[in-house]
Design a protein around this ligand. Structure first.
Ligand code: NAI
Length: 481
């Protein structure tokens, strides 16, 4: 029996390994993590991450050929293939701070693999890493090898949170990069054989190591760039009376462009896009390519602009002040169908509103008050550095933030509603009921284009929806930067 061990039981390690275990009953898969709490969660009825379909997959194979454990050394030592799926956040200090990937977790995982290995291993980079990380990892392993032979593969993960199980069952592609030597090719084949149990052969791409590492960074940069492109157009739509949904539809009909990933919004979030682009920018700078670095940096600048533009729109529409006014925030996760709040635009929007002294009442079906409080107390990039994770204290800020049990409670006595996540339930709320319970004029700022603008205007709301023709009310307000 082939034994797989995955280091890191997070949003990637957990679901990917659960699907491998489900599709390959002859392989034993153990997911290990240094976090006892995370492993306890994976072994419980309430999994540590929310992902549609995940419970079902785990239920089918946990205890059969899928195990979660904190016995990191034992399971890594026993494995034939070791996936490394640890976090690779942005560095917060030192050389490359604010841009470069922090490979502390990766390096310590590599050193640990070298310490405990007594048999040959294939080590698979599952985390998103800078180009040439495999070379660094190889050096650590080889210099500490004590006769054990290693092959390093790059097998970046392309799943999207919220649709992870669907993406893993039927991936657009699986990418495996390896050394172009007989041993490297044999290792690539061994990993390919695992995926080939359920992924059609033509969807499994094999490349050299550096192409695989760079492809993941490039794919995320392209995806984020599409969002920033449509968001940039959304600002122009508001200025001209065009409707971004109509523009995106027309643009997406071009087969060379395609319709997906063209929804305007308050901005992209999630643990990957910003961090991976910053990392790409840093790599370009290191290789003496400032023009290329500058090109990608703009994708992030537009994303930041979109978030601050939204906050400015809210404040300027409400007579240029939200001080003491209750604002309902619907949705805090970075996208629907996940409880993940890493880099969610809701953090920046809430901080902007709180900075203007608003009282914010937040409702999200999957995010707890404790999580919100930690997120709002954090500095940029701190979210993946657990030592900084202190909930909001009993400060003035804490008094400005409350959680609501549902959208109606959040909107009661509010002056405005901001929709920041596209949860399906926000499409079918009883907005008349909300309107009746709000101060007048009642505002809705839809950062995800989920509401029926005409219907809401009929109810009596002043409505702002990203990239849509503006209400007369909003046109009369001073221009927003
Ligand atoms: P995560 O933070 O949810 O999980 C990482 C886990 O690794 C944590 O539970 C942590 O305790 C554990 N860990 C860290 N060092 C360890 C060590 N030395 N030994 C054992 N466990 C250790 O991160 P997530 O979201 O799963 O991301 C992992 C990697 O995958 C990152 O590089 C990310 O960029 C990449 N990725 C993430 C995607 C996503 O949608 N979240 C999608 C594709 C790639």
């Amino acid at each position: 029996m082939v034994k797989i061990c995955c280091i890191g039981a997070g949003y990637v390690g957990g679901p990917t390994m659960a699907v491998i275990a489900l599709k390959c009953p002859a392989i034993e898969v153990v997911v290990v993590d240094i976090s006892e709490q995370r492993i306890a969660g994976w072994n419980s009825e309430r999994l540590p991450i929310y992902e549609p379909g995940l419970d079902d997959v785990v239920r089918q194979c946990r205890g059969r050929n899928l195990f979660f454990s904190t016995e990191v050394h034992r399971h890594v030592g026993d494995a034939d293939i070791v996936f490394v799926s640890v976090n690779t956040p942005t560095k917060t200090c030192g050389l490359g701070a604010g841009k470069a990937a922090d490979l502390t977790y990766w390096e310590s995982a590599a050193r640990m693999i070298a310490d405990v290995s007594r048999s040959d291993k294939i080590v698979v980079e599952k985390s998103t890493v800078p180009v040439k990380t495999a070379e660094a990892i190889e050096k650590i392993l080889v210099h500490n090898s004590r006769g054990v032979r290693y092959q390093i593969l790059s097998n970046p993960e392309f799943l999207a949170e919220g649709t992870a199980i669907q993406d893993l069952f039927a991936p657009d592609r699986v990418l495996i990069g390896g050394r172009e030597t007989p041993e490297g090719r044999a290792a690539v084949k061994a990993l390919k054989d695992v995926y080939a149990q359920w992924v059609p052969e033509e969807r499994i791409i094999t490349t050299n190591l550096w192409s695989a590492e760079l492809s993941k960074l490039a794919a995320n940069a392209f995806l984020a760039q599409r969002i920033s492109s449509v968001n940039a157009i959304s600002a122009l739509c508001e200025a001209t009376g065009a409707d971004v949904t109509q523009v995106a539809h027309s643009v997406g009909k071009d087969a060379r462009i395609g319709p997906r990933f063209l929804s305007a919004s308050v901005g992209f979030g999630g643990s990957c896009f910003q961090k991976d682009i910053l990392n790409l920018v840093y790599i370009c700078e290191c290789y003496g390519l400032p023009e290329v670095a500058g090109y990608w940096r703009e994708v992030i600048r537009i994303n930041d602009y979109q978030k601050s533009r939204f906050v400015n729109r809210v404040v300027s529409s409400m007579f240029n002040t939200v001080a003491g006014k209750k604002v309902a925030v619907l949705g805090f996760a970075f996208k629907k169908d996940t409880g993940d709040t890493r880099e969610t635009p809701a953090i920046d929007v809430c901080k902007g509103l709180l900075g203007d002294k608003a009282v914010v009442s937040i409702y999200d079906p999957q995010v707890t008050g404790e999580q919100v409080s930690r997120d709002l107390a954090m500095n940029k990039f701190d979210w993946d550095h657990p030592r900084h994770l202190q909930p909001l204290s009993d400060s003035d800020l804490a008094k400005q933030v409350g959680m609501a049990a549902d959208a109606y409670e959040a909107a009661r006595d509010a002056h405005a509603v901001c929709i920041l996540t596209e949860w399906d339930e926000f499409r079918s709320l009883d907005y008349k009921r909300m309107f009746d319970a709000m101060h007048k004029p009642a505002f809705i700022f839809d950062g995800r284009n989920v509401v029926d603008v005409a219907k809401l205007r009929e109810i009596g709301f002043v409505v702002y929806s990203i990239g849509k023709p503006l209400d007369d009310w909003l046109k009369d307000m001073p221009a927003v930067a």
